[in-house]
Design a protein around this ligand. Structure first.
Ligand code: SAH
Length: 217
C-alpha cells in the first residue's frame, strides 16, 4: 500500500494533464491529486496507473479514464456533507474521489467479486466511511435515499426512473445515456417542482449498465 514520491509526482502530472484537457474545478483536481490510483490496479500494471486512460479491472469491467472521472465529478457539483450515490463501484476509485470532495458516499456494484474487492480495499486506503452495496443499481438504494447527487458510471439506454425518484429537489443525476457504441453525458437537474432540466455534455463510451446482479461469479 505504498504511495511513494514517485507516485505522487506522476499523479501531479496527471492532474496537470486533465486540467489542460478542460477540468477547471480546483476541488476536483485536488481530489484526483489525493487518491492513489495505482493502488486500484494490479501491481503488474503500475506504469499505466497515471496515464489518462481506462484500464481493465477484471470481470470484463474497466476503471474509468481519470479525465472522465474528473468530468463526471465536476458535473455533479459535489458539496461537502452531501449524500452521493454511485452506481457501478468497479475498482472503487471514483467513490474515493467523491469521498475526497467531502461527500457521504454510497456505492453499488452488481459483480460480487468487484464488490468484495472494493469493500475490503477502501478501508485500507483510508476510506472506511464509504458504504459499499452488492445490488442492482437500477433500483437505486431506496432505504438510504433521497440523495443530493447520483452518479452512474456505466452506460444506460434510458434514464432509470428509480434514480430520479431517489433524487432530492435541486439534486443532480449525472449519467451517460445512449447505445452500446456511444453515450451522451447527461446532467439532469431535478427542479423544485419535480420537473427535469437536462444538459448534454458531449459523447463518451462506457461499459453497459446491466440488469440484475451478476450470477456468473
Ligand atoms: N466507477 C468505477 C468504474 C466502473 S465501470 C471505478 O471507479 O472503477 C462500471 C461498473 O458498473 C462495472 O463494475 C459494472 O460491473 C457496474 N455495473 C453495471 N451494471 C450495474 C448495475 N445494474 N448495478 C450496479 N453496478 C453495475
Amino acid at each position: 500500500m505504498e504511495d511513494s514520491f514517485k507516485h505522487k509526482g506522476l499523479r501531479k502530472m496527471l492532474v496537470e494533464c486533465i486540467e489542460n484537457k478542460g477540468i477547471s474545478n480546483q476541488k476536483v483536481l485536488q481530489a484526483i491529486n489525493q487518491v492513489p490510483r495505482h493502488l486500484f490496479l494490479d501491481s503488474s500494471f503500475l506504469s499505466y496507473a497515471y496515464e489518462d486512460k481506462p484500464f481493465p479491472i477484471g470481470c470484463k469491467q474497466t476503471i474509468s479514464q481519470p479525465f472522465t472521472v474528473a468530468f463526471q465529478t465536476q458535473l455533479l457539483d459535489v458539496q461537502k456533507g452531501e449524500k452521493v450515490l454511485e452506481i457501478g463501484t468497479g475498482s472503487g476509485y471514483q467513490a474515493c474521489v467523491l469521498a475526497e470532495m467531502g461527500a457521504k458516499v454510497f456505492t453499488v456494484e452488481r459483480q460480487k467479486k468487484l464488490y468484495f474487492r472494493a469493500k475490503s480495499l477502501l478501508p485500507k486506503l483510508g476510506y472506511p466511511q464509504i458504504k459499499c452495496f452488492y445490488s442492482d443499481g437500477n433500483k437505486g438504494l431506496p432505504t438510504f435515499g433521497p440523495f443530493h447527487k447520483i452518479l452512474v458510471t456505466c452506460a444506460a439506454t434510458e434514464i432509470p426512473e428509480n434514480l430520479i425518484e431517489q433524487l432530492r429537489p435541486n439534486g443532480i443525476l449525472v449519467i451517460p445515456v445512449g447505445n452500446s457504441e456511444k453515450q451522451e453525458m447527461f446532467q439532469i437537474i431535478k427542479n423544485n417542482d419535480n420537473s427535469l432540466t437536462i444538459n448534454k455534455n458531449g459523447d463518451f463510451r462506457f461499459v453497459p449498465l446491466l440488469r440484475n446482479k451478476a450470477d456468473d461469479n
